[in-house]
Structure formats: C-alpha cells, structure tokens
Design a protein around this ligand. Structure first.
Ligand code: M6R
Length: 626
C-alpha cells in the first residue's frame, strides 16, 4: 500500500526520497509526490499521477528540487481517485504544515465538517488533507509545539496512520506519528531517515528504531526523540537490520516473483534450521541429513506444558496466508489431533467469538501488518486468549504484539504475489503440527523423526521442480488466452488449488476458481464448455480416484485438462491433456511441492499476457487498511 520516505541530513533530499520510494514501489501505488525544504524557505511540493518515473522525470531525477530535508510518498488511492490533486504531500494554508500519510482516517468526514466550520477549505478528496489541516488547526489554536499539536490530533482521529509532517516554523525537522500503520526511523551519520518499510532505507543505514503504536517522534539530522501521547519522552533501543541488501534486488531474474520462486528452497531450509536441531550438531544442507533431529520451539516461546494444554487452535489470516491456514488445518488435525478452525481475518473480527482461555489463536502474516489480521490478534488478546504469530517481517506490529512468534526465514519478499513467504509459512505449520503431535502423544518419536527427516528433503525436491520449469512455460502458453481456469482437488489438494487459483488470477487477470472436487456438481460444472482449462491436483493417495472421476466429468464436457500429481501416478495421463509430476514426499507435505508448478503457471501466463508480474493492478503488497 502507500509508501513513506523522509530524509534530513547534509545531502540533497529529493534523489534520496525518489530512490527510497522506488524500493517501495512493490507495495502498490497510483501516484507519487514529494516535498523538500531548503533551509527556512517554504517546501517545494511536486506530485505526479501514475508511476514514480513520472515524478522522477518531472524533477529531473530530483535534481531540480533543492534542500536537505524532505518527505516523499507513493499513494494507493482509498479516498478520492488516483490523481495529482489527491496525491501526497498535502499542505495547509501558507504551507504551515506539510505532510504525508499512510492508513485511513475513519472519521475524516466528521473532522472535515468541523474544520470547514472553523474556516478551512479543502482542495482534495483525501482523508490525509483533513488530517494535515487538523494538525494545523491545533497547532495554531493552542499555540503549542508540533508534538502537542500531533498529540491533540491523534486523540481526535479514528483509524490508522503513519504520518510524517514538516512545520514551517521548524526548518530541518520532521515530526512523525504512528498508529496501526508501519513506520521505522533510520539513523545515519548526521542524518535521519523515516520510512514505512525497511527496503526504502536499507541502502543508507541498517540502524533503525521501531516507533510504537500511538507514539510520536521529532527528527533532525542524526537525532531522534520519541514521545508518548502525554508528551513524555520515551526511550527506544536502536536495532540492527540483518537483511542482505542484495536480497531486495532482482539478482539477474527478470522479475522479483521468479527470483523469489527460486529462493523457496533456501526459505524453507532456513525456516527449518531456525527451530530444528540435528543430533550431530550440524544443520541440514537440504539434501543429506544425518542423525536424529528434534524440534526446539524455545525461540518461539512455546513450552511443552503450554502445548499440552491448548483445547483448540484458531488460525486467522488473509489471502495466501489464509490458504496456508487451510492446509495447516488438515496437517495439524491429522498429526496432533487438536481441532483447528481457520478464519479469514476480515470475518473473524465481525462475529461473535466463542474463544476459550485455553485456545490458541495463530495469526499467519508475511508482512505482520495486515490490518484485519492485526485486529484479530488484538481482539483475541483482549479476550485473554494466547496468540502465536507466524510472521516474516521482524519487528512488525503482529510480531511485536503476539505472545509467541515463529519467524519464517523467507527474507524480504518484494513481488506482490507471495511465493517464498507462503512456502516458509507452510513449513512452519508442519513443524508446529509435528511438535504438537509429539508433545501431546498423538505422534510416536519414530514417526516424528521420519517426518522431520522428510521435511529436510523438501528444498532439494523443489529445486528439482524448478529445473523442469520450461514444460510449464510451454503449457502456460496454451492457457494464456483463457477467460476462466478452474482448479479441482480434495482435502489437502483443495488447499493447494486455492493458492494456485489465487496465484493465477492475481497476476494474470484470468478469472479462476478453486473447487473442492465434490462441489463441482453443485454448480460449477455448468461453466465448463469446450476448451475450458481445468487443473486437477492429485497428490493424496486415497482421493486420487475421486478427483479423476471429477476430471472425467469435466473432460467429457470439453474441458482442457491438466493433471498435477506425484511421480508414479501414471494413470492420470489417460485423462489429462497435460500431466505434470512432482517428486514423492510424505502426503502431509505435498502442498510445498505441488504449489511450485502452480506458481510458475501463474507467472508464465502473466508474462505471456505481457503483464506487470511484480506489481499487479489494484493490489498492494501489504494491506494495512481494512
Ligand atoms: O502480509 P500478509 O501475509 O498478512 O498478507 C496477506 C495477503 O494480503 C497476501 O497473502 C496476498 O493474498 C498475496 N498478494 C497473495 O499473493
């Protein structure tokens, strides 16, 4: 979603702002802007609708805008259409307050009406302009400093925000405020950065502060002071970002998505190695694993005693992370015998919650900032239920607020369509399933050992699938003209279909649906006509025949059929026009292998249609608003 970058130091701010914003492009946006101050002069504000390149062209790559203090923004429209007028930064009269904002001000209409009564007029449709003018109002009315004006605004505003603001009377300073929207502050040598996400400033500094919820900060070159809502100063630890800056670059691949698909073996291996200890003391290399292994969840914070007590697990997540939850439900219930419910974050928060104090709520989120998932976490905590976060971004809101955190080790994921984070989340859930099973006595030590050994073969098996990707590229060229594509499967295969279908539609814009095979006759089959592509996923021994029957049913109505199955199931070829085999593994873990060809299919169909694979239209990487 929207991105924020700010800089104060000795260098020219505009090129740094543009560079930082370019690192946030993956979040999704439709316009961009910046405001830069040269000493005590008024800020120069430049905005452009469309790509960041348009803003860069307008300012000759930032060289025509002078000054060492500035804020920049990429906007993803929520209030008001994508336009130059609605783009940030927004300003109050006389450039008294100039600011950028991520998030949503829910009561902006009420505040706007109040500001109009106070004599303010508005030039845009945005909630951000309302926020900036509200800050201006309190600043002027009470003659207080910027921190007090921000605090007064914060208690009147409902919603979520990361705000970065410059005040006319405070040259060389930026003031920020945050609630439920990510924001970090970076410290360099005599310079200070602010950003909504780490990649924006990683090139310049690795030292960051995480500003807390309902907190503010005053930034000047090389200095930061934090405040709480009462205006009292707050101490914060400076944290070192350990990410490799290279990891956020394309590394020779045409798209981040393809690079990240290829990083899945490493993401899985790193996630396994973060909690699995091998008896001989050496970590798995992904191909050969010697000796016994055991799972150690001490870094997550979960004790065996706690694991034994949980009555039920509620997995809450959105999008692909929800699909991980669906797969995890099958695996955890089967291995550990604990009832698992899976809920969409957006639904969980709006229904009567029958949570028991002995339940465990598991929030799965790559970004750790998804608004609905975060709200579900908070609601669960309010009800006294313990929460476990499976999160990729270190220091994100969900990671900070959950009782237990299982970090996936996928590294920075830039493409909007998740691949390696999804895979790392799946593996985390398998590990939880195994450990819960072992501790609760539903799994023998011997079976658990076998499962852990099998887990460590997944990276090598994925690497083998990736070596054979050209066959999928060929098949994708047949699918690319399609209007609709259906995915069919049962049990765990259905969970894989859900993710395969989302991958297809979100980047190729081809309508697609995942169906539990048995549901076909209850509606969808009427959509099948000559040439409709149907992809059957068949990895679960006991369900293969059932899904083959479904494929026969749609095949006899003209469907163009692909079968995705494990090595050895050659009978599928009798029914399918194209069959793709994945290596054999324990059936609980087949989602990790079967999803890879489906990610590749989505990718290749999108490429064949000439689309912007990494930045699909209307989508944002991190959905920080409801
Ligand atoms: O950051 P999160 O994992 O919480 O994000 C959840 C979804 O927004 C995300 O998985 C989305 O569905 C992806 N774009 C799918 O590729």
């Amino acid at each position: 979603m929207c991105g924020i970058v700010g800089y104060i130091g000795k260098k020219q701010a505009a090129p740094i702002l543009l560079d930082g914003l370019s690192k946030l492009e993956y979040r999704g946006y439709d316009s961009a802007g910046l405001a830069v101050r040269d000493g005590e002069k008024d800020p120069v504000v430049v905005k452009a609708k469309g790509r960041l390149k348009d803003l860069s062209d307008k300012t000759a790559e930032g060289t025509t805008v002078f000054g060492c203090c500035g804020i920049g923004h990429t906007r993803w429209a929520t209030h008001g259409e994508p336009s130059e007028n609605n783009a940030h930064p927004h300003v109050s009269d006389g450039m008294n307050v100039v600011g950028v904002h991520n998030g949503i001000i829910e009561n902006y209409q009420e505040l706007k009406a109040k500001m109009i009564r106070k004599g303010y007029s508005f030039y845009s449709d945005t909630d951000t302009e309302v926020a900036i003018k509200t800050v201006d109002y309190y600043y002027r009315k009470y003659g207080v400093g910027p921190i007090d004006a921000l605090a007064k605004t914060m208690v009147r505003v409902r919603g979520s925000y990361a705000l970065a603001v410059m005040f006319k009377d405070y040259p060389g300073e930026i003031f920020v405020a945050r609630k439920d929207s990510p924001m970090i502050i970076g410290l360099g040598e005599d310079e200070t950065y602010v950003a909504s996400d780490v990649p924006a400033i990683l090139k310049y500094t690795r030292k960051v502060y995480y500003i807390g919820n309902l907190e503010m900060a005053r930034l000047s070159a090389g200095q930061v002071t934090f405040y709480n809502l009462d205006g009292d100063t707050v101490e914060k630890p400076l944290t070192e970002i350990t990410w490799d800056a290279e990891a956020a670059e394309k590394g020779g691949y045409e798209h981040f998505m393809m690079k990240e698909i290829h990083e899945q073996p490493k993401a899985i291996l790193d996630t396994i190695n973060s909690v699995v200890r091998f008896a001989d003391g050496t970590a798995s290399d992904g191909r050969t694993v010697a000796g016994k292994a055991s799972i150690d969840l001490s870094s997550v914070g979960l004790t065996d005693e706690e694991i034994r007590k949980f009555r039920q697990i509620h997995i809450v997540a959105c999008g692909s992370a929800y699909h991980v939850g669906i797969a995890a439900q099958y695996v955890i219930e089967d291995l550990a015998g604990v009832p698992v419910r899976v809920e969409l974050g957006s639904e969980f928060r709006y229904r009567t919650l029958l949570l028991d104090p002995d339940d465990l709520v598991v929030i799965i989120s790559q970004s750790g900032e998804t608004a609905d998932s975060l709200a579900a976490l908070r609601e669960s905590k309010e009800k006294g239920v313990r929460t476990l976060a499976i999160v990729n971004v270190v220091g994100s809101s969900i990671a900070r607020e959950a009782d237990y955190v299982f970090y996936t080790m996928a590294g920075p994921e830039i493409a909007v369509a998740t691949t390696k984070a999804y895979s790392a989340q799946l593996v985390s859930c398998y590990i939880l399933g195994i450990q819960f099973g072992l501790v609760r006595g539903t799994l023998s030590q011997e079976k658990a050992d076998r499962l852990i050994q099998e887990l460590s073969t997944l990276p090598g098996k994925i690497a083998r699938i990736l070596e054979d990707k050209e066959r999928l590229q060929w098949f994708a060229s047949k699918l690319s003209p399609a209007h609709d594509i259906f995915f069919l499967g049962r049990g765990l295969d259905y969970a894989i279909c859900m993710e395969g279908s989302l991958k297809m539609k979100e980047i190729s814009y081809v309508h697609s649906e995942a169906y539990a095979g048995g549901e076909l006759k209850h509606g969808t089959i009427s959509l099948i006509e000559e040439g409709t592509p149907v992809i059957g996923v068949l990895t679960q021994k006991d369900l293969i025949e059932k899904t083959i029957s479904n494929m026969v049913e749609v095949g006899s109505r003209g469907a163009y059929l692909m079968g995705l199955t494990t090595n050895g199931n050659f009978s599928i070829e009798d029914q399918a026009d194209f069959t793709y085999y994945i290596p054999r593994t324990d059936e609980h873990f087949t989602p990790s292998l079967a999803v890879v060809p489906l990610q590749l299919l989505g990718y290749y169909v999108a490429c064949a249609r000439g689309l912007d694979v990494d930045k699909p239209r209307n989508l944002a990487k991190s959905v920080t608003v409801e």
